[in-house]
Design a protein. Structure first.
Length: 144
């Protein structure tokens, strides 16, 4: 029995696999991280760690139905869910990019702007999540 270690690389790989094409997904990831490591001088693991630190959050907004109405309620989340959300927000930003370049280039640009710049699409998604949590903190009593 093989136990697969869940890490950010495997989560990213899972998001990129289309129709079982694992080799194509690995090529996209390696293309993006090779360019990044050449520019920054950091290893892939170090880049993933910095990306996680930059996009990490401790709360998530969920819709809860009570008495025929929906309320947005902030929930605290586990480490596994946080790592999933980091990759999800990164891939959402990549999919929102409408330029006609390869996915590897889009992934490279998004990770680069997330790590080096003050704003990127994935950081905007993260900040939107945090602001929603702050706005709806009065709905915490709907968690039970």
């Amino acid at each position: 029995m093989i136990i697969k270690k869940q890490n950010l690389y495997n989560n990213l790989l899972g998001f990129l696999i289309k129709k079982g094409n694992k080799i194509g997904a690995k090529t996209v990831i390696h293309e993006a991280f090779l360019k990044l490591s050449k520019q920054t001088g950091l290893s892939n693991q170090r880049l993933l760690f910095k990306l996680f630190k930059r996009l990490n959050t401790f709360v998530e907004i969920k819709k809860v139905r009570k008495k025929r109405s929906f309320h947005l309620v902030p929930f605290s989340i586990t480490f596994k869910r946080r790592s999933y959300l980091v990759i999800k927000w990164l891939m959402e930003a990549v999919h929102q990019d409408s330029r006609r370049i390869s996915t590897g280039e889009k992934l490279f640009d998004e990770i680069k702007t997330t790590l080096l710049a003050r704003s990127s699409k994935s950081l905007k998604i993260r900040n939107q999540n945090i602001s929603q949590a702050l706005l709806n903190r009065s709905n915490i009593h709907f968690r039970w």
